[in-house]
Design a protein around this ligand. Sequence first.
Ligand code: DQA
Length: 139
Amino acid sequence: MKIQIINGPNLNLLGKREPGVYGATSFEDYLNELRGRYPNLQLDYYQSNIEGELIDKIHEVGFNYDGIILNAGAYTHTSVALQDAIRAVKTPVVEVHISNVHKREEFRHKSMISCACAGVICGFGMNSYRLAVEAIIEL
Ligand code: DQA
């Protein structure tokens, strides 16, 4: 099985960025652990701070991967273009957030992408990504 993890803006700073909200682990360290847990899965990783590059990656993998795990960061709350990209491809997309966005500011309660995704996982810290892997395995 091939799964593409895509992280959006500011998530390159995981481990350094607001550790009280997002934890103290870098994504690279977490990814090593995740790959160790699932040796039979191909878990590819891509991060960009640029909306169009996230869309390009969804187009690139969206017809030949088994699942996409997408943490679109703040674009979650704004991007009709990402919603359209998710709708445009065949591969199911699981929306992920590290924090529980519903416990936070009101502008984070609205997602522009949830309606196009297979499902949403949020609020379990980095473990949200592992739960998304489990969800894709069972799809
Ligand atoms: C986030 C939540 C978003 O509201 C925020 O803009 C992020 C990270 C999360 O993983 O909790 O950048 O997607």
